[in-house]
Write a protein that binds this ligand. Structure first.
Ligand SMILES: [Zn+2]
Ligand SMILES: [Zn+2]
Length: 314
């Protein structure tokens, strides 16, 4: 079973071949494209499925993905159009200026328009989330259809838990079953598995040897970020302004990632009544005005959030 296929860009396909070589030579396993029976896509992000067109030509293996990311593969163009519309709307609401908004939109679409939909052979629920010895665990948040794959005491984590960075978050307004709330819930699922996991292999970065410590560090990072945002929003600010205060002005695609990350945190706080919109009157008059958020007066305390999500308590 091959898990994830890389982006298909640059030397990604060569690296995939080099990976198979390494399994043959360094581990003495007789793998080849003909031997692979299944390809599992851990989640519907292009750096994990973009190589599918190449892989399809190499092998007859059946391709599987979680139901909630199925559309990403089989209705690729429709979904890209759909999400691009939502993204543009998000950037307007976030207060990103017209010229940088269109720049970000073209960056977003740049490589994605090179990919075309592919067919999928199976999804996971009809298999009862089990493929031979591999148990599939649904952990929505970073992506709607993100799954963990557990084989004995080894966990393949996709992008749910990464060793060197906190996995990217985007607001659920862009795509259902993403958003920080779903992600934090899913981190708890990973932590429940942790006592039976010896080594975690993620989609990026080095192996993780202490999964629960890594999960707790990521949880803590998000609570700290939520607290920081609450402090900033003692005066009204847009998502773009908060993003700049948190992350500065990153270049290129990173600017979009920073806005989405900030948007996910503000959405989380707003949805739970910690924030309110400060310029309701303006928004009623003009749909293209950005949202200004401010702390809700009687919910100044972050404590509510910290206590209800205390990393030490399941
Ligand atoms: Zn991802
Ligand atoms: Zn990734």
């Amino acid at each position: 079973v091959l898990v994830d296929v890389g982006s298909g860009f640059g030397d990604s396909n060569d690296q995939l071949e080099a990976g198979l070589d390494s399994v043959r030579q360094d581990f003495g396993e007789a793998v080849s494209w003909e031997e692979i029976s299944h390809v599992i896509i851990s989640h519907g992000h292009i750096d994990h499925y973009g190589g599918l067109q190449f892989v399809r030509e190499k092998t007859q293996a059946k391709i599987g993905i979680h139901e909630l990311d199925l559309r990403v593969l089989i209705q690729y163009e429709e979904r890209l159009m759909d999400i691009a519309r939502r993204l543009r709307e998000f950037l307007i609401d976030a207060g990103v200026q017209d010229h940088s908004r269109e720049e970000l939109m073209s960056l977003y679409l740049l490589h994605k328009q090179l990919f075309h939909g592919v067919s999928v052979d199976f999804t996971f629920h009809p298999l009862n989330m089990q493929l031979g010895p591999i148990r599939l665990i649904h952990v929505p948040g970073h992506c709607p259809g993100q799954v963990l794959l557990k084989v004995d005491d080894i966990l393949l984590a996709g992008d749910h838990v990464l060793e060197h960075i906190s996995p990217h978050q985007a607001p659920e307004s862009l795509s259902k079953n993403t958003g920080l709330g779903h992600y934090l819930d899913s981190l708890r699922i990973a932590r429940r598995e942790a006592s039976r996991v010896r080594i975690t292999l993620s989609g990026h970065g080095k192996p993780i040897h202490d999964l629960s410590a890594r999960v707790d560090a990521i949880l803590q990072l998000h609570y700290d970020r939520l607290g920081e945002i609450q402090k900033l929003l003692s005066k009204p600010m847009t998502i773009a302004q908060v993003s700049e205060a948190l992350f500065g002005e990153p270049d290129g695609y990173h600017a979009l990632l920073a806005l989405e990350e900030t948007g996910a945190h503000i959405e989380y706080l707003h949805q739970r009544g910690y924030l309110r919109v400060d310029n309701k009157g303006d928004l009623e008059k003009d749909v293209r005005k950005p949202f200004f958020y401010i702390m809700e007066d009687d919910r100044q305390e972050l404590e509510g959030i910290v206590n209800s999500h205390n990393p030490q308590v399941d």
